[in-house]
Design a protein around this ligand. Structure first.
Ligand code: GDP
Ligand code: K
Ligand code: MG
Length: 294
């Protein structure tokens, strides 16, 4: 068993603006696809733990929604998840992407004031080479001169060993918080609903992904197969029509794509049944948000 005197364990919060690659980084660091990823902002709506345990340490990463100025109650709930994960952290990874410009002062200040060690992660360094790369890194060094940046590519898995080394240097000696085979704090139902939501982000345009929520109403696991029923909630009748598509073609494709990922994640055959429902204006309604787990 672990010698608890030398064992390190702690919580590492990944924060930053939408789309800088937080979820991609957490999946790369844990080697599991726990967090869903898309090209669009606000894909991640919750705080999601990704846990990695070795013989001498346990790192509990928190993937969080991208920081933004809330424009409706769902956003406010999302930002509460971010603030809470700053409070609990042993280390904060403040993440930016190489090509963007600095415009996230409030949240940087919040990270700085938390008193928690901040590691500054510049992601997507695979996108530039040579002097362009050095220029952009220099730009970021000037923006946040109080922290030494670590350049990584979450997508190409570059710079992750150095990042992990830095994280470990800040972790306290502490026994593990979770059993060693635990990968996340989220349930199989939650991960299932997230995988379906990721496919909605990929397949539909404009407001549809933002207006959609997925609830797994039944999850039955047998020896060979998992039988799943999922409800997709949208805000208006017209959106329901779009989700279903002409002759049910769109929802059929959604089911095929989701099933493929679910089979990969759970390592079992999946039977997936979906139903589309309308929950008027759920993003603005505190009670409905609560029901959906926000
Ligand atoms: P989040 O909103 O911060 O969680 O960002 P995601 O992890 O969802 O990623 C947003 C987009 O950036 C996706 O299209 C990713 O594939 C892409 N991305 C993430 N990391 C990298 C990277 O290191 N390099 C490149 N080129 N793209 C990346
Ligand atoms: K995203
Ligand atoms: Mg994300």
């Amino acid at each position: 068993m672990n010698d608890s005197n030398n064992f390190k364990a702690g919580f590492v919060t990944i924060m930053g603006k939408p789309n800088v690659g937080k979820s991609t980084l957490m999946n790369a660091l844990t080697g599991e696809k726990l967090s869903i990823i898309s090209k669009r902002a606000q894909t991640t709506r919750h705080r999601i733990f990704g846990i990695i345990t070795t013989d001498d340490h346990q790192i509990v990463y928190s993937d969080t929604p991208g920081t933004l100025d809330p424009s409706y109650p769902l956003h406010e709930r999302m930002m509460t998840f971010v603030k809470r994960s700053l409070e609990d952290a042993d280390v904060i990874l403040y993440m930016v992407e190489l090509g963007e410009k600095h415009q996230d002062n409030t949240w940087v200040e919040m990270a700085k004031k938390s008193g928690v060690p901040v590691l500054f992660v510049i992601n997507k360094v695979d996108l530039n080479k040579g002097s362009q790369l050095t220029d952009k890194i220099t730009y970021w060094k000037e923006q946040l001169p109080w922290v030494e940046p670590i350049a990584v590519s979450a997508l190409e898995k570059m710079g992750l060993a150095e990042l992990e080394e830095q994280i470990l240097s800040h972790l306290p000696n502490h026994p593990p918080y979770f059993p060693e085979d635990e990968l996340t704090d989220k349930s199989e139902r939650f991960i299932t609903s997230e995988i379906i939501r990721e496919k909605i982000f990929m397949q539909y345009k404009q407001e549809i992904p933002y207006s959609s929520e997925v609830v797994v109403s039944s999850f039955k696991e047998d020896e060979q197969i998992i039988r799943i029923s999922a409800e997709i909630y949208v805000e208006r009748n017209s959106q329901k029509g779009i989700i279903i598509g002409k002759k049910g073609e769109a929802i059929k494709n959604l089911g095929i794509a989701a099933r493929k990922d679910l089979e990969e994640f759970f390592g079992k055959q999946i039977h997936l049944e979906t139903m589309v429902k309308v929950e008027k204006d759920w993003r603005n309604n505190e009670l409905k948000l609560k029901r959906f787990g926000y």
